[in-house]
Design a protein around this ligand. Structure first.
Ligand code: SF4
Length: 218
């Protein structure tokens, strides 16, 4: 894939972030910089709809407000607190991460991209989310919403290999993520994918990045 046109990248960033200031979703995990709270929200969001997480996130944090309090809980208690969210492997991994971080990192989630990805259940996306949202780092994210937006705006065709396509989109995400304000940019691209650039019937007429979108659906 050829590198994207720098002028298109600049325009895309500018328009996206401007739109986000007015139309971004106000979600409780966006009102904190606490790395543990952000990690809890991201793990819950991995396989659960936002509306459902909105109920469970505050309950879980009332029960385990700090990473140390989660580390001290028994596996049975953590499973009970997770009841209703499903995919319990997530809760098990979150618990093990809390125990490891408490024992080996002084209760502070690592701010280094390689180290944080060695923790149970933390892959490249979750690492990028914690590093950008909590630590303000220039860390890219790629979820299905962001992937859809990037593939349409920069016309990255899927072809025969989903793995190769995903890899290209990660490379693109690394390029387009700005040095400053990666947190807002990442939140904006996910929100655009969730609310405007939807899988079916994208709302192109209302889209803030329409002028720089190379998708054939426009
Ligand atoms: S113009 Fe349409 S296809 Fe392009 S990013 Fe916006 S909603 Fe998606």
């Amino acid at each position: 894939m050829r590198p994207p046109d720098p002028a298109q990248v600049r325009q895309f960033r500018r328009r996206l972030v401007r739109w986000y200031r007015r139309h971004g979703r106000d979600l409780p995990w966006r009102r904190t910089r606490d790395p543990y709270h952000i990690l809890v929200s991201e793990v819950m969001l991995q396989q659960t709809q936002v509306e459902r997480v909105l109920d469970y996130y505050p309950q879980f944090l009332r029960r385990y407000p700090t990473i140390e309090s989660l580390a001290d809980a028994s596996p049975f208690e953590v499973r009970e607190a997770w009841e209703g969210l499903g995919y319990y492997a997530r809760a098990r991994n979150l618990h093990r991460t809390a125990q490891h971080v408490t024992a080996c990192h002084g209760g502070q989630l690592p701010a280094d991209p390689d180290t944080i990805q060695t923790l149970p259940g933390i892959g490249r996306y979750t690492a990028g989310a914690v590093l950008s949202f909590a630590y303000g780092q220039r860390a890219a994210i790629l979820d299905t919403n962001a992937a859809r937006v990037l593939s349409r705006v920069f016309a990255v065709r899927r072809g025969n290999s989903k793995g190769r396509w995903w890899q290209l989109l990660w490379e693109l995400a690394e390029v387009v993520t700005p040095i400053r304000g990666a947190d807002r940019f990442n939140q904006a691209i996910m929100d655009l994918g969730a609310t405007v650039c939807r899988p079916r019937a994208p709302r192109c007429a209302d889209c803030p990045v329409r002028a720089c979108c190379r998708s054939t659906v426009v």
